[in-house]
Design a protein around this ligand. Structure first.
Ligand code: BGC
Length: 473
């Protein structure tokens, strides 16, 4: 059935452009997420923040993102996917624009909160839009574009911030420029979103078959292909039509909800954001500073997202996740052991080259392990598994879980290192990797190459979670 389906659905090259423009929301996500690592000292200086103040300012993005994700289900359902993207774009432009003028701290703080809301909306709507608009054959690759954009954003902003720090001595002069970079890309995203078509599946949900037909004609080659796609959508929407909102919350919905929630819990419990936010600090504990401390993580994170685009369709989702978890487990243990060897050296004591090298290599390989697996694939699976009528509700919850656990990890990581020793955190993350492998084995389906409608039909037929995707499994 999967093969038959993909054979019937060809597509035009414009699909790639549509997906690239939509995934600019991921770029903004990355720019805001990666902003802190190399800008915080400047912000602290300009606004006179102490350590706790700086941490608070960093974390407010997570709170805003969780709230943004909460509302975005409603936005996506009632306004549509495209208008929700425009809303996120407008918030990005406005809030980063306000920040450029270095307003009083309270205003800057709330601007970061609302930027977080935009990130929350984008992190919900972009994967949803991509999954609903990209043809099954390239859905995985297009879904990973979102993550690629996130990593480009994290890398780009880390780099520009380092350049500003190195070339402009005055803190007050360099901070507006740091924010300006975000404004420029936010404008690009907003303008790009104006030209995007609405998701055909949203049109079908709203009973507007003619509009869905128009969009599909833009992206597919023949009317026959369009008709086939529309028929599939009608079947899934029709099979649950007449049911009230409450019917979305049934047994099979909870089953996929379980998978979605834990995909996101583990994406965060393997510890990625500790590296994204605190790598310079952590490397600092081992006397690894300068450009290596500031740029290694964003660079490796970006470079190794590329293989995912290709591997996610060649290997499928689950194999990537397994390999990622195993690599991250090994490297977290190695990093923990390196920190055990380093201990807590007194100031001025020179740390041996061997444990420092082990630490650096472990972090590099760890980021590689995340970048081609859990980074892109967690978002992808969450965008694929929910039935169409419960997709907004399901993705609202999984996106919130991602932000909630991300915030949780960020808010206690350094304290754990301080209280239980630097190595403890890495062993905890290694434990997270082991649990993720168990979770994958028992519950996660392979969703490569099947249409969203097939996944939904398998779910409705009561198939085991593990088997709602690829039929060969
Ligand atoms: C995660 C973010 C993380 C980023 C790193 C994303 O998939 O959701 O929390 O910062 O990957 O590349």
């Amino acid at each position: 059935m999967a093969e038959e389906t993909t054979k019937k659905t060809g597509f035009k090259g414009i699909v790639y452009w549509i997906c690239i423009v939509a995934s600019l929301g991921g770029l903004l996500f990355g720019l805001d997420q990666g902003f802190i690592a190399n800008a915080l000292p400047t912000i602290n200086e300009v606004y006179g923040l102490n350590l706790a103040g700086g941490e608070h300012f960093s974390a407010i993005l997570f709170n805003g993102a969780a709230i943004g994700a909460l509302f975005s289900g409603f936005f996506a359902r009632f306004l549509g996917r495209k208008k929700s993207l425009l809303l996120a774009g407008a918030l990005f432009v406005l809030m980063s624009g306000i920040s450029v003028f270095l307003p009083p701290y309270e205003i800057l703080y709330w601007a970061r909160f609302f930027l977080g809301m935009a990130v929350g909306i984008a992190s919900f709507v972009v994967p949803l839009y991509l999954a609903e608009t990209a043809p099954a054959k390239i859905r995985g690759a297009m879904g990973t574009l979102f993550q690629l954009m996130i990593t480009i954003g994290i890398f780009g902003i880390s780099l520009t911030n380092v350049i500003f720090v190195q070339t402009i001595e005055s803190h007050v002069a360099r901070l507006p420029l740091m924010f300006l970079v975000i404004v420029i890309f936010a404008l690009l995203m907003f303008i790009g979103a104006i030209f995007l078509p609405e998701s055909p599946r949203w049109f079908m949900l709203k009973g507007r078959k003619d509009k869905a037909n128009d969009v599909l004609m833009k992206v597919m080659n023949t009317q026959e292909e369009v008709d086939f796609e529309i028929k599939e959508m009608q079947e899934t929407i029709g099979s649950t039509s007449g049911e009230s909102k409450g019917s979305v919350i049934n047994g099979s919905f909870f089953k996929v909800m379980f998978v979605g929630i834990f995909m996101m819990v583990f994406q965060q419990l393997v510890g990625i954001n500790v590296m994204i936010y605190y790598a310079p600090t952590i490397f600092g504990y081992a006397s690894i500073g300068g450009i290596v401390g500031m740029m290694t993580v964003p660079l490796v994170n970006l470079l190794f997202t590329f293989p995912a685009i290709w591997l996610v369709e060649k290997w499928g989702r689950k194999k990537l996740l397994y390999v990622g978890s195993i690599i991250m487990f090994i490297t977290m243990v190695a990093a923990g052991l390196a920190f055990l060897a380093i201990g807590t050296p007194a100031p001025g004591v020179v740390i041996g080259t061997f444990p420092k090298t082990v630490l650096l290599i472990s972090v590099i390989v760890y980021i590689f392990g995340f970048a081609f697996s859990w980074g892109p694939v967690a978002w992808l699976i969450c965008s694929e598994i929910f039935p169409i009528k419960g997709r907004e509700v399901g993705m609202t919850i999984t996106t919130m879980v991602c932000w909630f656990f991300g915030g949780f990890v960020i808010s206690c990581a350094l304290t754990i290192m301080k209280t239980y020793g630097n190595s403890s955190l890495f062993f905890i993350f290694a434990g997270g990797c082991i649990l993720s492998i168990i979770f994958l084995f028992f519950w996660v389906p392979e969703t490569q190459g099947v249409t969203l409608e097939e996944i939904e039909m398998n779910l409705n037929e009561g198939k085991k979670l593990k088997h709602i995707g690829r039929t060969s499994e």
